[in-house]
Design a protein around this ligand. Structure first.
Ligand code: ATP
Ligand code: MP5
Length: 227
């Protein structure tokens, strides 16, 4: 059967743990087709962010046009959007689809991934049209968001692991995938949490990199094991 299409609009992470890599591999693991619009390129490893290069606005627009015109994604997930212009572009072009906004402001490593004008564009333009936003507690406080039907405030969990780089990206992508597959927001949020928890367990003994290693997005699940 043809899978539903979900597009991620986000940044790349050279370590492969977060950003677009996390999003696409999560989509694949959960049975939806993933398309991607690269809004920023980052040089990152498991210990931190070394450089950030926002993709020129016209190139972001061209990628989004290509995906929206041809693939008709049922759901859109946003991660690191890098500039206020791109935040507003997504608000204008994607408000009529299932829209999961992960308002990435600060990486787990502490690196700042959004400036004040980006935060203001989220508040004024993008969050009001989101189906669901997935801030962590610090992002919720910075954006004045409180938990409710359209806001899931994320926070760690019981799995003891330091291999959690990309957890938030993985969670919001799993939520978007389950929405695209037909679940309601509450069910999709539950399934996303179960997926992340399961994958964190699979990767908790990995030794990858010198810092916080990646989530094991698809590591050796046996048939039927993924929630
Ligand atoms: N150690 C853990 N054990 C089980 N589940 C977890 C764990 N850490 C995270 N999760 C799940 O993943 C979700 C997202 O995690 P978290 O809030 O830590 O992400 P984040 O990286 O801070 O998010 P962001 O990308 O917005 O910065 C949590 O709400 C929870 O469901
Ligand atoms: C390109 C990019 N996007 C998002 C994050 C957030 O990562 P995390 O989910 O670990 O907070 C990141 N570190 N890099």
């Amino acid at each position: 059967m043809t899978p539903p299409v979900v597009v991620t609009i986000a940044g790349t992470d050279s370590s492969g743990g977060a950003g677009i890599a996390a999003d696409l591999v999560t989509f694949a693991a959960l049975g939806v087709h993933g398309a991607c619009v690269v809004a920023a390129v980052t040089a990152q490893d498991t210990t931190g962010v070394r450089a950030i290069h926002p993709v020129p606005y016209d190139v972001v627009v061209a990628q989004l046009d290509a995906v929206l015109d041809d693939l008709d994604p049922v759901a859109v997930k946003t991660g690191m959007l890098a500039t206020p212009e791109v935040v507003r572009l997504v608000a204008e072009r994607c408000a009529d689809r299932l829209l999961v906004v992960d308002p990435v402001l600060v990486a787990t490593s502490g690196a700042v991934l959004a400036t004040d004008d980006v935060r203001e564009a989220y508040r004024a333009d993008l969050l009001p049209v989101a189906t669901v936003a997935t801030p962590n507690e610090a992002e919720a406080a910075a954006l004045g968001l409180i938990a409710g039907p359209g806001v899931v405030v994320t926070r760690g969990g019981p799995v003891p692991t330091t291999n959690d780089h990309g957890t938030g990206c993985t969670y919001s992508s799993a939520l978007a995938a389950h929405l695209a597959l037909g679940a309601d927001v509450a069910t999709a949020a539950e399934r996303a949490a179960a997926y992340v928890s399961h994958q964190l367990t699979l990767g908790k003994h990995w030794t990858l990199g010198r810092g916080r290693g990646p989530v094991a997005h698809v590591h050796a699940p046996t048939q039927g094991e993924n929630p």
